[in-house]
Design a protein around this ligand. Structure first.
Ligand code: SF4
Length: 457
């Protein structure tokens, strides 16, 4: 980036010397991402130099076998030394609450392992994949959904793993969108990142590459001109950055975001809804406004997953709906994320909305707006619905077997049945025939159940 291209940032410029207690560190080192990674805080003694630790935090830091603790000095410098409820501090400081199990908690709450054709690749949706390229992050969030695989320095993906991932993609032409994540995709060494992006871009059916990251936030120093030069080679490349609180958008982050946006990378944000951190309409709105001002489009607001260790961060779903009610109509649509529950066991992202559709008849629908104003939309009487059978584009489309509810609206299929639904509803007294494997585990002996041969084929 030349001097003329220096990004225009919206925050005050970063300080000219490192904050306490790093004031004696040369600024050039403080601004070096490698120095930041090499000096991460992870022990009671480290943190005691920066904040007044509570007994709860000391218990968390001292507990054996806890999810990894590692915090960049930069992020640690944002913590309120005297307030254990500081939203920056709570996201990365372990406490005793993490040790308490809660009802319904899971290890792999999204069922990702079951959707992995090769290690590190999650192929859950028809046309896109999640490619886990590292287990490392710049700092570690206490509510991490992937805490089962993230943070172990010995469990890294190898060149052979990358080869298998790329090979699977080369042989899976329906995939048009690859999301690089981890861990944090921007934590892999620059040369390997360059190589991986180049290999993905060489696959003609991969239309877009996305990077999921919290590096611009935990470690904004990593967004160097060299990294930007690598990323801009592989357009269309999108980036989704994890932000949970407006305090995270500092002068340093502002510079990093401006560099990424100026490189033509469309930026999105994902936010995890968390008790005591951002479950407040004023704070959430401030975060969304700050993101948009920095050319970051709020994308998802996630209901906190049912993952082990994150129980104390969870809110009710009603809280999320009330927050969406506080956003929609009250601010610009660009500043409103989609609130989703990432459904357990691989159910995928399910959008959750306040109910705006009040009622409907064949020719009209009754809706309400954010103010409670109720009105009627009269539907056209002469509209001719789209006919997929007469549409060349629809006829040419490859169906992937995952049409779901859209398939019920448009195709020959009339039902979607839970597994074994027909068996459980079979009331016939006809003679019983059980093909091998027809009955679920634990069902009564074949002679007691009822199932006609045509049901199971
Ligand atoms: S940055 Fe993402 S992957 Fe890493 S610990 Fe945080 S939530 Fe988990």
């Amino acid at each position: 980036m030349t001097a003329q291209e220096t990004p225009t940032t919206l925050e005050e410029p970063p300080g000219t010397k490192p904050p306490r207690p790093w004031e004696d560190v040369p600024l050039s080192q403080w601004q070096d991402w490698r120095w930041q990674l090499a000096h991460r805080l992870n022990t009671v003694a480290d943190f005691a130099q920066v904040i007044r630790l509570t007994d709860d935090e000391i218990a968390g830091l001292s507990a054996p076998g806890l999810f990894r603790v590692d915090v960049t000095p930069y992020w640690a410098s944002l913590m309120d030394a005297d307030d254990p409820n500081c939203p920056i501090r709570r996201q990365i400081m372990p406490t005793a609450a993490e040790l308490r199990p809660f009802d319904a908690e899971m290890v792999d709450s999204l069922g990702e392992d079951a959707h992995s054709p090769v290690p590190g690749l999650v192929h859950r949706y028809p046309d896109r994949v999640l490619m886990l390229v590292t287990t490392q992050c710049a700092s570690y969030c206490r509510f991490c959904t992937r805490s089962r695989i993230v943070g172990n320095p010995e469990a890294q993906f190898s060149r052979a793993d990358y080869d298998r991932q790329i090979d699977y993609l080369a042989h899976t032409p329906q995939v048009r969108d690859v999301l690089l994540s981890g861990g944090d995709a921007l934590m892999i060494p620059p040369k390997i990142l360059d190589d991986l992006l180049g290999r993905l871009r060489a696959l003609p059916h991969i239309e877009i590459i996305r990077i999921g990251t919290r590096v611009p936030n935990f470690l904004p120093q990593r967004i160097t001109d060299d990294l930007i030069a690598v990323l801009r080679k592989y357009h269309p490349l999108w980036m989704n950055i994890h932000f949970n609180h407006p305090k995270e958008i500092t002068p340093e982050v502002s510079v990093a975001l401006a560099k990424l946006a100026d490189a033509g990378i469309p930026l999105g944000a994902q936010t995890v809804l968390m008790a005591g951190i951002n479950d407040c309409p004023t704070i959430l709105t401030e975060l969304m406004h700050k993101l948009v001002r920095h050319r970051v489009r709020p994308y998802y607001l996630y209901q906190c997953d049912m993952v082990h260790g994150a129980g104390h961060f969870r809110t009710s779903v009603a809280t999320g709906i009330a927050l969406m009610e506080a956003l929609r109509g009250h601010t610009s649509g660009y500043a409103i994320p989609i609130y989703v529950i990432d459904a357990p066991q691989g159910g995928g992202k399910v959008p959750i909305l306040p109910n705006y559709l009040i009622s409907q008849a064949h020719d009209r629908v009754v809706v309400r707006n954010f103010e409670g104003f109720i009105s009627t939309y009269v539907q056209p009487s002469d509209y001719k619905p789209h006919d997929p059978a007469a549409c060349p584009a629809c006829r040419a489309r490859l169906y992937d077997g995952q049409e779901g509810v859209a398939g019920l609206l448009a195709g020959p299929q009339l039902t979607i049945e839970p597994e074994h639904w027909r068996i459980s509803h079979q009331r016939s007294t006809a003679p019983l025939v059980f093909p091998p494997g027809a009955l679920p585990d634990g069902w009564p002996a074949a002679a007691e159940a009822r199932i006609p041969a045509e049901v199971t084929g």
